[in-house]
Design a protein around this ligand. Structure first.
Ligand code: HAM
Length: 538
């Protein structure tokens, strides 16, 4: 008998349950409302994209692309793929050894034949994996055949040959390398190019929400499937624009995007919000690249005092050393050269303008020269927002400017700025503030008693729901005491008591559960009565 197994959600993923999901819905609804008032429209993007999209944009040296992607291969339903699947899924030895019943080598022959024909036709590239499969699978097939032809084949030998064959088959890439998206900025840029959005009125302002995937070590506020609410502003660069005017315009756009996310947080009542801003200049020798060299030289001098991660980053990405949270490195980092002193004239000017724009909008910020962000596509403005109650994973939003990314992905020269909010963290911080007292509740619990009252109870539930009230209609009748107990447990505000007398007279009893008071209300006046009560509560 098969063992009874209790399935669990995969590590780093979670089920979100009521009543918490009510808060998620409220947050998402508020985002739609606030972003709508700033002229943003929603874009819905696929969850799977080609790996290359992220390798090119986020950067192949970053942690996200280097080690955190959930990826797989996408191939058509070709004969070659079917033959390969036959090999990979065939279990030669195990609880039910299959050899002896038929000839497994036939799958290998079919696969090799189809593979060499596809290579000849140029449908599949001659990669080292393909060449190795063509060479060594033939050899392994012969060895397996010899073993199976023995009077008593050795299961261990068969297993070794067959797993080697399976491994070779797995190594052959038949299609595109696909991944679950780790973020959505690159996808938005891809969509902007794909749908010729440069031909629309510029800038194009888009927002999105949905799950993202990164294979990180799970902890509070850090998951492998997490949710982001993000927004991006994209604007095609028109030739011959006045550079100085353009700096001012960009600064206004940056500040408005930041103002929008701060307005959203304020609307939600998020507490302990802190906005950090910085400029990381642009990638030119007289700006960021020059700074990175200065930084690298300074880090080389203190290399011995740094931890292994930072030591490695001196070579690969010295800017990331500034992100270090290691206690022992804080004093050293404080003495390192600062990017603000190395910005080119235009980047410095733009940064000043962003700060002025934020001041004009009454947005409070803190300058943080160490804020470099972990994705390669940023330039000039970068920002991060932290909130209360999140422990070490306290960044609830990150964003910045990424002029040039659309071009890097094959589009025309385009400017971009945006942010993404970690929705899981936002919810955690909101829950912390109200200490988890998000009750799902009902507005009305209908306590119906006696078969004859059921039709009236159903109609009352329909009318109340149509008017937007949350109604619980128990499927079977209950004694009044039990019904009121149940109403209490569900956090209902009112109990509508329908006995045969009430139904006959048309005068229904409405009990306010908080204080136990009761009123008689005519059936047809019930919706209006509850509306008035609700207004009084607000
Ligand atoms: P990011 O800083 O990688 O930026 O992520 C933004 C936010 O997503 C973080 O501040 C955090 O709140 C949340 N987040 C990231 N990883 C996790 C995780 N494993 N678990 C829970 N929450 C997480 C971006 O993704 C950029 N695309 C933002 C952007 C948009 N820049 C310009 N436009």
């Amino acid at each position: 008998m098969a063992e009874k197994r209790k399935f669990q959600a995969i590590k780093g993923t979670r089920d979100l349950l009521p009543p918490e999901t009510e808060l998620w819905n409220r947050v998402e609804q508020t985002a739609r409302e606030v972003f709508g008032t700033f002229g943003f429209g929603e874009i819905r993007l696929p969850i799977i994209e080609k790996i290359d999209l992220f390798a090119r944009s986020i950067g192949s040296e970053t942690d996200i692309v280097g080690k955190e992607m959930f990826s797989f291969e996408e191939y058509g339903f070709t004969a070659l793929d079917t033959f390969r699947r036959n090999i990979i899924t065939l279990n030669l030895v195990g609880p039910e050894p299959r050899f002896g019943f038929f000839n497994p080598q036939i799958h290998v022959d079919r696969f090799l034949e189809a593979l060499s024909s596809s290579v000849q036709k140029g449908e599949i590239a001659k990669t080292p994996e393909v060449l190795s499969a063509l060479g060594s699978m033939t050899e392994l097939r012969d060895q397996l055949t010899a073993e199976l032809q023995k009077e008593k084949p050795d299961p261990e030998e068969v297993r070794v040959y067959w797993s080697a064959i399976q491994q070779q088959a797995k190594n052959v890439h038949l299609g595109d390398q696909i991944c679950l998206r780790p973020e959505a900025t690159a996808s938005v840029c891809r969509a902007y190019i794909q749908h010729n959005m440069h031909a629309l009125t510029q800038p194009v302002k888009l927002y999105y929400m949905g799950p993202m995937f990164r294979r990180e070590r799970p902890q509070k506020g850090r998951y492998r499937q997490f949710y982001q609410i993000g927004a991006e502003v994209l604007e095609a660069i028109t030739p011959n624009t006045d550079a100085t005017k353009s700096l001012g315009k960009d600064a206004a756009v940056d500040a408005e995007v930041i103002e929008m996310v701060m307005t959203f947080f304020a609307r939600l009542g998020l507490e302990g919000v802190q906005l950090d801003i910085n400029s990381i200049g642009h990638s030119a020798p007289e700006c960021r690249r020059g700074y990175v060299e200065k930084l690298r030289a300074a880090l080389e001098k203190v290399k011995d005092k740094l931890g292994p991660d930072s030591q490695r980053r001196i070579e690969t990405n010295p800017l990331r050393v500034l992100d270090s949270k290691l206690e022992s490195e804080q004093g050293i980092i404080a003495g390192l050269p600062r990017i603000g002193d190395s910005l080119c004239a235009d980047c410095a000017k733009q940064y000043e303008k962003v700060k002025r724009q934020l001041d004009l909008r009454g947005v409070k910020y803190q300058e943080n020269w160490r804020l470099v962000r972990g994705l390669d596509y940023y330039m000039r403005t970068t920002f991060e927002i932290t909130a209360r109650g999140l422990g070490s994973q306290n960044a609830v939003c990150g964003g910045g400017r990424y002029d040039g990314l659309v071009e890097l992905l094959g589009g025309a020269p385009t400017k971009g700025i945006g942010f993404a909010i970690g929705e899981d963290r936002l919810i955690l911080s909101l829950q912390e503030a109200v200490k988890g007292s998000v009750a799902q509740g009902r507005d009305v619990y209908i306590a119906w008693m006696g078969e004859k009252t059921l039709a009236t109870a159903i109609r009352a539930a329909q009318n109340l729901r149509a008017a937007g009230f949350r109604v619980e209609l128990p499927p079977v009748e209950q004694k009044l005491g039990k019904a009121l107990g149940q109403a209490d447990k569900l956090g209902a505000r009112y109990a509508l008591i329908l006995g045969e007398n009430e139904v006959a007279s048309g005068e229904w009893t409405v009990k306010t559960l908080a204080d136990g008071t009761q009123e008689l209300v005519r059936g047809e006046k019930l919706v209006e009565f509850l509306r008035v009560q609700k207004k009084k509560e607000v």
